[in-house]
Design a protein around this ligand. Structure first.
Ligand code: PLP
Length: 374
């Protein structure tokens, strides 16, 4: 047997939300709603679908390797030069490029905990050490503690997630410049803004990017743009930091269809506005449900809500799945009594509420009526 690299043999695989097809096959449930991976319940922008369909005609040709057209449009939207953008096969590829390019065995990288599992994965892949810093009480990053951990561990990299997955909480904008001042310039700060478009608070990532040369911001088309299956995301950082990525990366990691769809999706503001309105309405409904059922929840700036069922959440998850409602149990985040639900359509949210009340054997009563009267 060929020995596996020690770094790889120590890693645990990423646990994604359960695919619908698996539940359908295992439990024979056909009518299933999927609220477990923070996708857009309205689907992709029709303009993105049209652009991808048109791009099918060119699928016999290799993609332009750097997704130039998409970078140029992003450059206009961000008002930054286009060589500040790296497009990836999901923002996951951007995290991997950052780790592969800048981390070596023995290096350290700081991550918040609980947060997105993709960060430890790429750090461990490089044989580097993950330093975990617990979240603050409000579910956002504890920026002073993270800065202190960077300094004391000599970390080369630190990941921030705003809004954070799975809590949906955000740190206040005014805390960020102090954090950046405390972190050495030789440490790369990666700010993952996968859910930024849902966030109603002030936060000027662009302003910070121009101010701090060791900052990288990542975004994705998987969430509000409804294109998770296409695998498209990007990073914004200094051209000198991006340049080596073109040596490391698969030259054609972003396919023609995804790049064309992304370009069209960026300009479909109507689809974005509709999604935002649906999310805001759905959030208030879900808050009402949790209050009615007496379940603690974390107020969110994203398109999902974390709530605590006060008992092993895996059982509640299983029982809800049998009722055709797929949510995310948070044991893998170290939160064994919590579940995370994606904000769905009004009908999906209602079905979620009914299934949850039934499993917990609690009455919902007036919550549904209140929304019936809207
Ligand atoms: C916080 C966060 N960052 C990044 C990602 C991955 O995004 P992508 O689909 O662009 O790889 C996710 C996906 O769930 C996420 O929750």
């Amino acid at each position: 047997m060929l020995p596996v690299r020690p770094a790889v043999s120590k890693m645990k695989p990423y646990v994604p939300g359960k695919p619908v097809a698996d539940v359908q096959r295992e439990l024979g449930i056909v009518d299933l709603i999927k609220l477990n991976q923070n996708e857009n319940p309205l689907g992709p922008s029709p303009k993105a679908v049209k652009a991808a369909t048109a791009a099918m005609r060119e699928v016999h040709t290799y993609p332009e390797g750097s997704s130039r057209a998409l970078r140029q449009r992003l450059a206009e939207l961000w008002n930054l030069p286009d060589d500040w953008f790296i497009v990836g096969n999901g923002s996951d590829e951007v995290f991997r490029l950052l780790a592969e390019t800048y981390l070596e065995p023995g290096d350290r990288a700081v991550v918040p905990a609980p947060s997105f599992a993709g960060y430890p994965l790429v750090i461990e892949l490089m044989g580097a050490e993950v330093v975990r810093v617990p979240l603050a009480a409000d579910g956002a990053m504890d920026l002073p503690a993270m800065a202190a951990a960077v300094v004391s561990s000599g970390a080369k990299m630190v990941f921030l997630c705003r809004p954070n997955n799975p809590t949906g909480a955000v740190f206040a904008e005014e805390l960020f410049p102090r954090f950046m001042a405390e972190v050495p310039r030789s440490t790369l700060v990666i700010l993952d803004e996968a859910y930024r478009e849902f966030d109603e608070t002030e936060f000027d990532a662009r302003g910070f990017l121009t101010q701090f040369p060791n900052l990288a911001v990542t975004r994705t088309f998987s969430k509000i743009y409804g294109m998770a299956g296409f695998r498209l995301g990007y990073g914004v950082l200094r051209p000198a930091l991006i340049a080596p990525f073109y040596t490391v990366r698969d030259p054609f990691s972003v396919n023609n269809l995804a790049a064309a769809a992304g370009l069209a999706a960026l300009d479909d503001t109507e689809h974005l506005d509709r999604t935002l309105a649906l999310t805001q309405e759905g959030k208030s409904f879900l808050y009402g449900v949790f209050e009615r059922l007496g379940l603690p929840y974390t107020p969110t700036q994203a398109n999902f809500v974390l709530f605590d069922v006060g008992r092993p959440a895996a059982q509640v998850y299983e029982a809800m799945m049998r009722l055709g409602v797929l949510v995310r149990p948070c044991g893998s985040f170290g939160l064994p009594t919590s579940l995370r639900v994606t904000v769905g359509t009004a009908a999906e949210n209602r079905r979620f509420a009914e299934a949850l009340a039934r499993v917990l054997e609690k009455p919902l009563g007036s919550v549904l009526e209140a929304f019936d009267n809207l």
